[in-house]
Design a protein around this ligand. Sequence first.
Ligand code: ZN
Length: 490
Amino acid sequence: MDYEAVIGLEVHAELQTQSKMFCGCAVVDSTQAEPNRYVCPVCTGMPGSLPVINRRAVEYGMMVGLALHCEIAPVNVFSRKSYFYPDLPKGYQISQYDLPLAINGWLTIEVGDVEKRVGIRRVHLEEDTGKLIHRDGVSLVDFNRSGVPLLEIVSEPDLHSLNEVRAYATRLRSILRYLGVNSGDMEKGVIRFEANVSVRPVGSTELFTRTEIKNLNSFRALLRATEYEIARQTALVAAGARIMQQTMGWDEVRGVTVPQRGKEYAEDYRYFPEPDLPPLEISREWVAEVAAGLPELPDAKRDRFVRDYGLSRYDAGILVAERAVADYYEQAVRVGATGAGRMISPKTIANWITGELFRLMRETDGDISAVKVSPAQLVDLIRLVEAGTINANTAKEVLEEMFKTGRPADAIVAERGLAQISAADVLAQVVAQVLADNPQEVQAYLNGKQTVARWLMGQVMRATQGTANPMLAQRLLDEQLAQLAGKRDV
Ligand SMILES: [Zn+2]
């Protein structure tokens, strides 16, 4: 029998507001800041301290909810979720339970050519916990992160493959970055995943017993853990065994999931409404205001790039994945359309960015913000190609140098003498010289060995150190060879 995986994701994303969820302490990079520096009685759970809701965090949450096509609840209630752990000094976390911020949305993902909607069950606000550091046999706790606004985004169990999981997580991260509510810096732990996994016979629509894998802090961990868990459950079910509902951890080193605790009921948390916070009412006017301020999101931008710039859906999709890349591209398009010289087509610019520029970025493991070549400089380089000053291969070398140094293309071309020989008379002399230097090969060609022509073309490029305009060189070579053939026939 064949089995299919049924996967739902819970994504925890820090909302990178100025201050924390319920107090005025600054939200800082907890991997860099001096421990326990950004804390107060509220976020360290001192008795008698009172929380106050951060309006900006609620707005950030609304932005995410709206971007995911959710309904924003008119009344929000915060609840206490009780549990004991040293990173949670209050003994409970302020979260949302039965009345979350947003519900019933969806996110479009694309795998191969197939587009599908993944349901979003709920989006709710809560506070992050502190961080435990285990060192030299002792455990330390840093409360800088305690009380940082956290958004939990819960999908429906609509994902059925690792590719879909990857597409969903990547797309969601992209949207959070577009909205400017989260840096997307996975290494800093600002986005964390939990995966709910079950398997069922293909064709079944039933939901089988699932396990929940907690604390997955990278795409790699998410995908590896999910893959492992699918394989583990499939083997068990195929052997006629039952799956136990369990919370699992991920052992990165051994590459296996490990049970953490037994069956877990929501009641264990003893949720009850937070007595120190009144219900939060969200007026429809406020929702409309936030909706009006949303930036253009990846899907809409992709469709616009296809429509306005004549790009393929695929290329447009690559360019819009990162907002900064899309902005870079559009700046280049503007310069290409208006600057001095001929108009450079948006498609040509897209090819240079997704081809050579991305290749250089991959090689240096850098993102677009670190690229020293400005959009205008890239367009200047493309103009040199289109004007015939340099050929495409030379341009790639020049771009490498620009990428390293940030210097303009024309300076590099002038300094290295890379301008291609386009003057027909100069190039004609080079071709004549090559033919004169290689009488045997010319004879072979004239005797019918056609392939020699390509070798002779190579000699022409060599003689000019690759700077000959290849189309012109080919034409001149053909002409001179035809002339020799004509002479012989007479
Ligand atoms: Zn505080």
